[in-house]
Ligand binder design. Structure first.
Ligand code: GLC
Ligand code: GLC
Length: 645
């Protein structure tokens, strides 16, 4: 007899209601939640695995393991869960400021990082994303994104216990720990991969293996190469197994086979295990790639959403305070689909990142403003993670349709932006490095620290004080938008002291072929010392970011996601309003290298006819006077309608 979803659900409900866990004080709490989640979870997983003969068994085990994870959740985290359900989590708190770093580069491992908590506090950080710190192959590991064990750390950084201690110390200092959930692939040295290589069919079914190359060729026709400089195609031959392995990224990163329910179950256990170490947000790595289907690009398939929603449902059972952040560096329409209270409450905003740099190069904010007007809005309860730079390359992921509306041809514009940021275009201020040039289609991406891309490196080389001033303002402008636009700003550590490109990676054989290392800075004692020196570049950047964070803590309007894009009256002027509780913030950014005047009539309109104050320097702004913006200047003008006359 064919099983139906309804009868399977009924059976599960009976089984779980009948199951008594007299020894566990946690059962009543868990079972209440299970009652709510079970129908949802079953429906999701049924759509993927309903036909599989082992589904009932895998599902039973999955729930049992999730309950075990719930029972072993430390008391401190249980308390956190109570205070921070996803519906009112940190993503909605405008005081939050994020930072991201490699524990081994920003500090000497977990213990060293704990010593840097005061430094992070100076910057107002409340959310710390530690780049992958797991056990990984020694030589090639894609910056930690090839994981050999989710339960062990890179010994050079400390132990899992050190990590748990760090997480508790961070929590005491009011900082949430954010960790990667690298669930699309494992390294080829993960225990599962080793057992697969050993010929164990159970583990061979954890990955996508093909004996016949013809099968891979059929898939390949629809796939893109992510790292074309390293290799062509998405499949790697393993001589020992005599099989082709699906490897979307590097040959040593084996894609997991989510068509096998045991893989889902195994990764669910890794997820709850990680959460129980004291993680508040999981950064879901490479979400777009997790489901494959012949004849498609194997990116952003509906089943990818189903899997994430099922993980989310399990998180609500075992670790309900946990939030998900989506890392989808894809078309903006596809990015949006991962963002939902029941899927990922947070998402990187690669579109804003790319278009900030686009506007800086063109001195024209139209594409940026159009995207803010059209694509900034999110479902309630969700927030963007806005950033200027991250550990990855900059890809020009704006929508060609959006560009076309402004008469811009996507492909040509991307070539221009690449030339510009490589510093080859006349008038470019940037010192960028090429990443993954693909001669077949001319694609490439850009690496470089925010400071080097914004012009500081070049200004220093040329010894030009004017260029330096403009470059620093440009860097502050980009960050000032990220800190004010709505959502959670993410500071890439090193940027706060305007760290420049580090070309030392070329001397390191493990890094030389991957130019992203040019912008993954190491802690610099000398820049750190300059942070309080208001005459140094590092000090000015540091104080600026500190001020942004302080202001976020002082005004509720930064917690408001929505914004109203205004017509700046000049293509170089980005203007928007944020509003809350009788306060109106007008953000004005000049992307040009020339001063720009905002005429009094327009300004009066922006300020609702009232007098405002620029929060960044305290200057009074009068609505009936023209306002001059210096090259790359940013203003946050507050009008407080609630203040007594
Ligand atoms: C993510 C990471 C990137 C890594 C890739 C493969 O995109 O950000 O650094 O190379 O996943 O894991
Ligand atoms: C591609 C992927 C993205 C990854 C990046 C690494 O853009 O879509 O997930 O971060 O490559 O360079």
């Amino acid at each position: 007899m064919k099983r139906t979803l309804a009868c399977f659900l009924e059976q599960c409900q009976e089984r779980w209601t009948a199951r008594r866990m007299p020894d566990s004080t946690f059962w009543p709490d868990f079972s209440t939640r299970l009652e709510v989640e079970l129908p949802r979870l079953i429906e999701l997983l049924w759509s993927l695995y309903g036909e599989r003969p082992d589904f009932a068994f895998q599902f039973e085990e999955l729930i049992a393991e999730t309950f075990t994870a719930f029972c072993s959740r430390p008391a401190r985290l249980r308390e956190y869960d109570r205070k921070h359900p996803p519906e009112s989590g940190l993503q909605l708190d405008g005081r939050q400021v994020g930072a991201v770093a490699y524990a081994g580069r920003f500090a000497k491992g977990f213990k060293g990082l704990a010593d840097r908590i005061p430094y992070l506090k100076e910057l107002g950080i409340s959310y710390l994303h530690l780049m992958p710190f797991f056990l990984a192959p020694e030589k090639e590991n894609d910056g930690g994104y090839a994981v050999s064990s989710y339960r062990e750390t890179d010994p050079a950084l400390g132990s899992m216990t050190d990590l748990e201690n760090l997480s508790a110390q961070l929590a005491q200092a009011g900082m949430a720990l954010v960790v990667d959930f690298i669930f699309n692939h494992t390294s080829n040295e993960h225990e599962w991969a080793l057992k697969a290589k050993d010929g164990q069919p159970r583990f061979q079914d954890f990955y996508y293996l093909f004996a016949d190359q013809a099968e891979t060729v059929a898939y390949q026709a629809h796939l893109r190469d992510i790292f074309p400089e390293h290799r062509k195609g998405s499949f790697t031959w393993d001589a020992g197994m005599a099989r082709w392995v699906w490897t979307s990224f590097n040959s040593f990163q084996w894609d997991l086979n989510y068509r096998n329910p045991e893989v889902f179950r195994a990764m669910a256990a890794e997820m709850t295990g990680l959460a129980n170490r004291g993680v508040s947000v999981l950064r879901l790595d490479a979400v777009a790639f997790i489901w494959k289907q012949a004849g498609t690009s194997c990116e952003n398939l509906p089943q990818a959403h189903t899997i994430i929603r099922a993980f989310q449902s399990l998180a609500r059972l075992a670790c309900p305070g946990l939030l998900f952040k989506s890392e989808a560096i894809v078309h903006p329409d596809d990015i949006a689909k991962y963002i939902d209270l029941r899927e990922c409450q947070l998402s990187y905003n690669p579109l804003l990142m790319a278009e900030l740099w686009e506007a800086a190069a063109t001195k024209d904010v139209r594409l940026l403003a159009a995207s803010l007007a059209k694509r900034h809005h999110l479902p309630s309860g969700c927030a963007w993670v806005n950033y200027v730079r991250c550990h990855d390359d900059i890809g020009w992921t704006f929508a060609d349709e959006d560009a076309a509306e402004l008469g811009i041809k996507g492909a040509d514009h991307r070539s221009f932006l690449n030339e510009f940021y490589l510093g080859r275009f006349p008038g470019s201020f940037s010192r960028g490095v090429s990443f993954q040039y693909n001669p077949l289609n001319g694609d490439r991406r850009i690496c470089g620290t925010a400071a080097s891309l914004a012009g500081l490196e070049r200004a220093l080389e040329e010894g030009s004080a004017t260029m330096l001033e403009t470059a620093l303002r440009r860097l502050q402008l980009l960050y000032g938008i990220v800190y004010s636009v709505g959502g959670l700003p993410l500071l890439y550590l090193g940027d706060e002291v305007a760290a420049l490109n580090d070309y030392g990676y070329l001397q390191d054989p493990a890094h030389a072929a991957d130019s992203r290392w040019v912008h993954r800075p190491r802690w610099s004692e000398s820049l750190y010392k300059q942070r309080l020196d208001a005459n140094s570049v590092a000090g000015r950047m540091f104080q600026c970011l500190r001020r942004y964070a302080q202001l976020r803590r002082s005004y509720k309007l930064f917690a408001v996601q929505s914004l109203a894009v205004l017509d700046g009256g000049n293509k170089a002027i980005l203007a928007y309003h944020k509003q809350a509780e009788g306060q109106l913030l007008t953000v004005l950014g000049n992307f040009s290298e020339e001063p720009v005047i905002i005429p009094a009539v327009r300004l009066a309109d922006f300020l609702g006819g009232a007098q405002g104050a620029n929060l960044l320097d305290g200057r009074i702004v009068l609505p009936h006077e023209d306002l001059a913006l210096e090259p790359c200047e940013l203003l946050w003008i507050l009008v407080d309608f609630t203040a007594s006359e």
